[in-house]
Design a protein around this ligand. Structure first.
Ligand code: 0WE
Length: 266
């Protein structure tokens, strides 16, 4: 497979694989298909063995612990990475968290100062935090940074609650980071995928309804596949997308462009 992929020679750090169903894992697989070399971080010792096994399937032994709520752990991650790699081309951030209680019921009933803080810290600030620390490894390399957002950043969605403002913050971060890092030749973008049944979505009440709503209403009349998110990520992080920065790219079967579903008769 050498010489055929559009990410050949690129070194990519993937943050946010929690299982084989993670969007981050689909992104890793797509980047691997395009010839990228991969490194992974994981959160929590109980994921260490699992992550090493997954990484090895894509030919990677670079697997490091990192809790993105800790600056010292982020320092540690890039320090670990720098022992093997003298440079880095791509950072993929696929991390979000809000306390479970904040993701049910009415927004104003469920939101609290602390859940608001945590959601913004883990789901938005952590992307800048990675960029701040990863910058020196990316210097002189026309790097790409990518994060994962959701429609709840720009439209109200039941139960998404405090994650909506957190994703809005993340998307603003994409623009401010793109504006700033453009000076160094780096690009910063986000994907906004339609709903996918991952660990992050499991136990979310009404999630199946969301999948059937997208199937019924999206122009393509179906839900997205993780592989489609992976392919879009690989493209955005490659030189094929060298003119694209500060962008939010929807991978949602067109769901977000529909104002009113078609009338039955035509
Ligand atoms: O951004 C997300 C997931 C975000 C998320 C999910 C959880 C569940 C477990 C953040 N924090 C937590 N915390 C937990 O304890 N998505 C886009 C998937 C998702 O999550 C929803 C959705 C959709 C779509 C939650 C409510 C409503 C819709």
């Amino acid at each position: 497979m050498t010489g055929v992929g559009f990410l050949e020679g690129k070194r990519c750090l993937i943050v946010g694989v929690a299982s084989e169903r993670s969007l981050a894992w689909g992104i890793a697989e797509a980047m691997h298909r395009q010839g990228a070399a991969l490194a992974f971080s994981y959160q929590g010792e109980r994921f260490a063995e699992r992550m090493r096994e997954l990484a090895s399937r894509l030919g990677s032994e670079l697997v490091f612990p990192c809790d993105v709520s800790s600056d010292s752990e982020i320092d540690g991650l890039f320090c670990d990475l720098n022992r093997t790699w003298d440079g880095l081309d791509v950072i993929v951030h696929s991390v979000a968290f809000a306390p479970r209680e904040a993701l049910e019921g009415r927004y104003l009933d469920s939101v609290e100062r602390e859940s608001f803080r945590i959601a913004h810290d883990i789901s938005s600030y952590s992307f800048v935090a990675l960029a701040k620390r990863g910058r020196s490894l990316m210097s002189g390399r026309e790097g790409a940074l990518l994060t994962l957002s959701y429609l709840g950043a720009v439209q109200a969605i039941p139960h998404y609650n405090v994650m909506g403002p957190a994703k809005a913050s993340l998307e603003a971060n994409v623009r401010f980071m793109a504006f700033d890092l453009g000076q160094d030749g780096h690009r910063v973008n986000a994907l906004s995928p339609g709903p996918v049944k991952t660990l992050a979505a499991s136990g979310v009440s009404g999630f199946r309804k969301m999948l059937s709503e997208v199937q019924a209403r999206s122009p393509l009349k179906r839900n997205i596949r993780i592989e489609e998110v992976g392919n879009a990520a690989a493209f955005l992080c490659s030189d094929l997308a060298s003119g694209i920065t500060g962008e939010i790219l929807y991978v949602d079967c067109g769901y977000h462009i529909v104002g009113m579903p078609p009338f039955g008769e035509e």
